[in-house]
Design a protein around this ligand. Structure first.
Ligand SMILES: Cc1cc2nc3c(=O)[nH]c(=O)nc-3n(C[C@H](O)[C@H](O)[C@H](O)COP(=O)(O)OP(=O)(O)OC[C@H]3O[C@@H](n4cnc5c(N)ncnc54)[C@H](O)[C@@H]3O)c2cc1C
Ligand code: HEM
Length: 397
């Protein structure tokens, strides 16, 4: 337990972190990567270049410092971050490195405010927070290692099938090269792949949601080719350079976003490649055949970009309680009365959705998820029954 004095000092110096903005984050990461370049094998270097991730660590530490008297309020965030860290194989000794560069950054950027007393308080508080993460991550690593088909760290998998699902998305079916079983997972969870694309100096790790139900023998991920301002490093490598028969490295499944119940009414809401965890959840529900009602709401640009359309239609044939609704944002032929043009408007379907007692799952761009969540809240859905996954650095909706 931290002393009252430590808590008071840490709390009063939170503005040191908050006010410095990008100056402090850039200084911290530059310092850390200079001294410990091996960490470039763990961090997403595209995020570093675009600055997308840099705030996450600091805002999490600031949130902890503000709530230092009652860290239990951060339980959900700790769980999410611990899963993300295990998917990256973050180890206990890495916390010493991060802690060291955090303290040195504060010393270098705020020498006047960073007295010996402040340093001692922050050192103690950081160690306390690190211990919470190390403890939870240790449990997750043990669970992954001890489960049937489980393992720890990277394991080599062979691409046994590569299948085009739509104009931008291709699936990869991955079986362990050692011929063993694979760990089961909760529908909605993701795994990480570790690759070294041509020309890259370091390993790159990315998370991909498992897009099929667990079967104990192989995994399937479905990857969108990212062609934004800059070509996505790993997705383009997977699409172009990784062929059937090739090997890639895989870290065990992780993630705190998963189907809460096979028996409850369920609404799966996605846009674009955000449908991958939804397909896994749907496959699991249909396989369990509980009779629970499921609605599958999906938005994408047009029929060419509509992944798994045939599979969802087949599942509808197999499972009568499944309703599927699709929105195409670009003008395109609408093949059925449950296809619509434009943005996903949920209110017109309200009578067909379990607003009062269903579990709602969202995945897609954050703007889309916020749009959908606001509609659900306006329709009276309890926020506690709305779950979501961000395909990148997490942000609150
Ligand atoms: C939990 C989770 C689950 C996920 N599941 C899936 C899934 O099922 N399917 C899927 O396809 N993806 C999924 N993702 C996303 C995936 O992990 C990758 O982020 C995605 O494939 C892009 O990786 P990349 O290496 O191709 O792109 P990166 O190289 O990481 O680039 C990402 C984006 O940033 C842009 N960019 C890169 N460098 C710069 C720069 N210097 N300046 C400006 N912009 C830049 C790129 O154009 C690109 O759009 C998931 C992510 C998470 C966190
Ligand atoms: C107490 C210390 C730490 C805190 C508070 C913290 C916090 C966070 C947060 C909030 C995220 C974003 C999670 C998300 O998007 O869902 C994150 C991601 C990440 N963390 Fe940590 N973290 C800590 C320690 C570490 C350590 C020791 C390492 C390893 C060196 C590490 C490596 C990463 C990596 C690689 C990511 C993914 C982001 C990317 O690759 O750009 N973190 N962390």
């Amino acid at each position: 337990m931290l002393s009252a004095q430590t808590m008071a000092i840490v709390k009063s110096t939170v503005p040191l972190l908050e006010d410095a903005g990008t100056v402090i984050t850039e200084h911290f990461y530059a310092r850390m990567f200079r001294a410990n370049p091996e960490l470039k094998d763990i961090f997403n270097m595209s995020n570093q270049q675009s600055g997308r991730q840099q705030f996450a660590l600091f805002s999490a530490i600031a949130a902890y410092a503000k709530n230092i008297e009652n860290p239990a309020v951060l339980k959900t965030a700790v769980e999410r971050i611990a899963h993300k860290h295990t998917s990256l194989n973050v180890q206990a000794h890495h916390y010493d490195i991060v802690g060291h560069h955090l303290i040195e950054t504060l010393r270098e950027l705020a020498p006047a405010a960073f007295t010996a007393e402040v340093e001692a308080a922050w050192t103690e508080a950081y160690a306390f927070l690190a211990a919470i993460f190390i403890g939870r991550e240790g449990e997750l690593y043990r669970q992954s290692e001890q489960g049937v088909g489980g393992w720890r760290g990277v394991r080599r998998f062979t691409v046994i099938k590569k299948k085009v699902e739509s104009a931008l998305v291709t699936s990869f079916v991955l079986a362990p090269s050692d011929g063993g079983a694979v760990l089961r997972y909760q529908p909605g969870q993701y795994l990480s792949v570790r690759v070294k694309p041509a020309g890259a100096d370091y390993w790159e790790i990315r998370q991909y949601s498992l897009s099929d139900r667990a079967n104990g023998e192989y995994y399937r991920i479905s990857v969108k080719r990212e062609n934004g301002a800059v070509q996505g490093a790993v997705s383009n490598h997977l699409h172009d350079a990784v062929q059937q028969g090739d090997e890639i490295e895989v870290l065990p499944p992780a993630g705190d976003f998963f189907l809460q119940s096979l028996n409850r009414p369920t609404v799966l809401i996605s846009a674009g490649v955000g449908l991958t965890p939804m397909v896994s959840m749907l496959e699991a529900i249909v396989h369990a055949n509980t009779g629970a009602p499921v609605a599958f709401l999906h938005a994408c640009e047009n029929a060419q970009q509509h992944s798994f359309a045939g599979r969802i239609a087949a599942l509808q044939q197999a499972y009568a309680p499944l309703r599927s609704f699709t929105w195409y944002s670009a003008l395109d032929d609408l093949p059925s009365p449950t296809h619509f043009h434009g943005l996903m408007e949920i209110a017109p379907l309200a009578a067909q959705l379990p607003l009062a007692d269903g579990n709602f799952y969202l995945c897609g761009p954050t703007g889309f998820m916020k749009f959908a969540k606001d509609q659900l809240l306006a329709l009276g859905v309890d926020a506690a029954r709305i779950h979501y996954e961000v395909f990148g650095p997490h942000s609150d909706l």
